[in-house]
Every structure is written in structure tokens, then in C-alpha cells.
Design a protein. Structure first.
Lengths: 106, 196
């Protein structure tokens, strides 16, 4: 990852990590999604996805729900209102960084 | 296409891209056309003949449901956000135009040849949705062109009306397969590059 130069706005490190950003992007486009869909969409392994979901839940960005269906547990994740606000803020920050970068290089 | 757009599109249009779901229905409609009004049907007699179409449609429904289960197990499940109706004015002008024309054909002119055109206007809506990927809009445009041009040609040639139903169903089947392939291409292949 390129080092951010002084003067650039700070980015949220929890969101900035590619796997977590992919999960949040998927969840921002739907009401909720189950574990299998998140795995299909992001390409993460079960273990990795599980760890990333726990981190996001601990940060208060998503909520995880586990429901027992036909003797199987269905795990669904949903973006919290804080998560949605922080993700929007993240994209705005990235846009500002891009604009500043373009101004400095041009 | 960047990852953000790809993931957002895949999530928003996940259910729309499940093209294999409706394949049994189109295959059933294709299969039933040669049987319809033909000598084969005379082998089925009595009440069974009346019940047969309902059983066939029921079976197509069961296979459609099984198709849904396949997607749920293979690709997962999500609770979608409402995409909304097409916003294109051209689409709605065509839709309402074909609806009025359809009503006129049924009640005034008794012209049954309107159906392929009116039905095409209904399923061609992804062509007018600018959120859709260009490739999807292109194959919907081509499919619409194939159905409308063959309907025109067959009407001019006074051909058997069942042929256009077969063409329409085969085109819808091809669109379903194309949507399914698009869905598969939008999924991320397994990766291990994220820090845990």
C-alpha cells in the first residue's frame, strides 16, 4: 500500500483493509447477506471471512445474526447505521485524497 | 470495472442474474408447442387431458423453486434492497403504448399477433436501465431484435404462430444462460490475500 503523505486526510484503517472493504461494500448494497454470499462475492476463505466479520462487528460497523434453520446455522450480516455513515465518510476521504493527489501531481 | 462497482452490481442485481431459475419454464413452453393441437395429444384422454397442462406447469414451478435452492446453496442468500422500476421515459412510452395496443387488439381488432411484441417490451426492460453493465444491455438488445424481427417475418409469411413462441422461449433461455454466466464472472475467485 503506498504511504500516505503528510497533509492527506486520515483514512479509517479498519475499513481501508481490502477484505473488510469488500465485505462492507457488499453489505452497503443490500439489507443483509448470509455467510455464503459474502464468501462468493469477496472470494475469502471461511476462516478469513469469519475473522474479518468478527473485527467489523467489534468495531460496531456491522451486526451479525445467527439463526438455526433445519439443524444448520445461517449466519447473516447487516451494515449498522454507524457502519454506513463511516463507509460513506471513507469514500469521501478517498475522493479528497484522489483530488489532492491530482492537484499536487498536475 | 473496479471492484467497488462490481461488488455493488453483483449484490444489487443478484436475483435478476439468476437466469437458470426460469429455464425449466421456457423449456416446458418450447416442448409443449409441438404437442399442442397435434396427434400426440390424442393419446391422453379424459380428465387427464385437462389436468396435464396444470401438472406440467406445476412441475416447471417445482424446478424453478429447485433452481432457487441451487443458487441459495451455491452462491448464497441476501435480503435485497428494492431496485425500483425502470426510469427510462422511452421504456415507459413503449410499455404503455404496447399495453394500449394490446387492449385494442384483444377487444377491437381481434389481432392475436400483438403478443410477441408486447411480451418483448416487458422482458426487455434491462436494456433501458443505465445501471446495467453494457454487455448485459447489448445482449438484451440483440435478443429483443431477434424476437421482434422474427415475429415480423413470420407474420408477413403467414407462418404457424407456435414458431414465434418457440423462438421467444429459446431466446429467453439463452438470456437466462447469459445472465448466469455474467453472475459467475462477477463473483471473486477464492483468495487468501487479506490479513487476518
Amino acid at each position: 500500500m503506498p504511504e500516505i503523505q503528510p497533509g492527506f486526510p486520515e483514512v479509517d484503517r479498519i475499513i481501508h483493509e481490502p477484505a473488510r472493504l469488500a465485505i462492507l461494500t457488499v453489505l452497503s448494497a443490500c439489507s443483509s447477506a448470509d455467510f455464503i454470499f459474502l464468501q462468493t462475492a469477496t472470494g475469502l476463505s471461511k476462516g478469513n471471512l469469519s475473522v474479518q466479520l468478527t473485527r467489523l462487528e467489534e468495531a460496531g460497523l456491522i451486526s451479525i445474526d445467527k439463526v438455526l434453520e433445519r439443524k444448520k446455522t445461517r449466519t447473516t450480516a447487516k451494515l449498522s447505521s454507524t457502519g454506513r455513515a463511516q463507509l460513506n465518510e471513507y469514500w469521501q476521504t478517498m475522493k479528497r485524497i484522489q483530488e489532492q493527489g491530482a492537484t499536487q501531481s498536475g | 470495472m473496479d471492484d467497488r462497482s462490481r461488488l455493488t452490481y453483483l449484490t444489487r442485481y443478484y436475483y435478476e442474474l439468476q437466469g437458470i431459475r426460469t429455464a425449466p419454464l421456457w423449456l416446458y413452453l418450447v416442448a409443449i408447442q409441438p404437442l399442442n393441437n397435434s396427434a400426440y395429444f390424442t393419446y391422453i384422454k379424459g380428465p387427464a387431458r385437462d389436468v396435464f397442462p396444470f401438472i406440467a406447469v406445476g412441475l416447471a414451478g417445482v424446478f424453478t423453486w429447485l433452481g432457487g435452492r441451487y443458487y441459495s446453496r451455491r452462491f448464497g442468500w441476501l435480503n435485497p434492497t428494492w431496485i425500483g422500476l425502470p426510469k427510462s421515459r422511452v421504456y415507459w412510452a413503449l410499455f404503455w403504448g404496447s399495453l394500449i395496443w394490446g387492449v385494442y387488439c384483444i377487444f377491437v381488432s381481434h389481432f392475436h399477433g400483438f403478443f410477441p411484441y408486447a411480451f418483448t417490451i416487458v422482458w426487455i426492460s434491462p436494456l433501458f436501465n443505465t445501471e446495467n453493465l453494457p454487455v448485459r444491455r447489448i445482449y438484451f438488445a440483440l435478443a429483443g431484435l431477434v424476437v421482434i424481427s422474427s415475429a415480423l417475418f413470420l407474420q408477413i409469411a403467414h407462418s404457424d404462430g407456435r414458431i414465434i413462441i418457440i423462438i421467444q422461449c429459446l431466446v429467453l433461455l439463452a438470456l437466462g444462460i447469459a445472465d448466469h454466466l455474467l453472475l459467475m464472472s462477477l463473483c471473486t475467485p477464492p483468495r487468501e490475500d487479506a490479513d487476518a
